[in-house]
Design a protein around this ligand. Sequence first.
Ligand code: ADP
Ligand code: MG
Length: 334
Amino acid sequence: EDVVNKIAAGEIIVAPVHALKELIENAVDAGSTSLEILVKDGGLKLLQITDNGCGINKDDMAILCERFTTSKLKAFEDLTSIGTYGFRGEALASISHIAHLTVTTKTVDSSCAWKAHYAGGKLAPAKPGQSADPKACAGRQGTQITVEDLFYNVPTRRRAFRSASEEYAKIADQVGRYAVHCKGVAFQCKKHGDAGAGIAVPATATVKDRIRIVHSSAIANELIEFELSNAQYGFKTEGLVSNVNYSGKRTALLLFINHRSVESNAIKRAVEQTYSTFLPKGGKPFVYLSLEIDPARVDVNVHPTKREVNFLNEEEIIELICDDIRTRLGKVDT
Ligand code: ADP
Ligand code: MG
């Protein structure tokens, strides 16, 4: 039973960035306006995320890491399951099977914060012989999740990692995506022991400001606002896309479907095709697209490890989006 859980968790969370993405989404779902992320050894030694969201009730702490434990509504569940897992309530459970997990949390109603350790889906003592019950401690409203020694009990997975900086790059990329997308939320991401700023986005930053901070002014200065909605296929989309004066080395596609960061090779290919008639040979665009689709049309039954998303009328929707981008690009003076 435990071995099965461990293997399942190791298949869902293949790299530190996958665990962190789930933790970011949880913090955002909790209504946080500030996320602070600390990473050590590419996330293998430490992934820590501190938010100022609603917190977790002390009474819920015992079951927090049991599979399928979720406080999220059914309707919300459909909206958010894409691009992550086929079903909900698996992220913390999975992490607890393959790492040392510590949760410190305080709700607005609680007079103190509570801290608990987890292993194998259950509360665990901090040290052998101690009680596993949550302990009262000082703390501000919100939640701090600390994931240590990821894959400590999955040696084959652990050995597969070549470099911490490669893993950190994936983490910074994913944090950067959410930092651009989540208006009203401050983001901080730091490498342990690194004096550099890492990613630091204030809550008040506009989307353009966010792109300037996370990416560059060169990109931010050449963006066109993008907006489109369509009743027939039940979607609306908005974002910022680079104009014909910007030409990058590789395509940057920051894609959100129903506020989840996802990948779509179909969209990426279509976007590149659209820009190819406008940009110099080999020149690539920067595209930030937030797509909202009727959840009933999004395929949530993807394999857990699959980060790609499928939705109904994909071809038609992509064509409409690219037609619109083409029109906007055609209107830009060079
Ligand atoms: P899901 O997000 O699908 O519900 P998770 O395993 O990611 O499943 O989280 C389980 C539950 O733990 C959530 O439904 C939520 O109630 C609670 N939770 C997790 N992280 C946080 C957080 N940062 N702030 C508040 N509650 C949280
Ligand atoms: Mg979650």
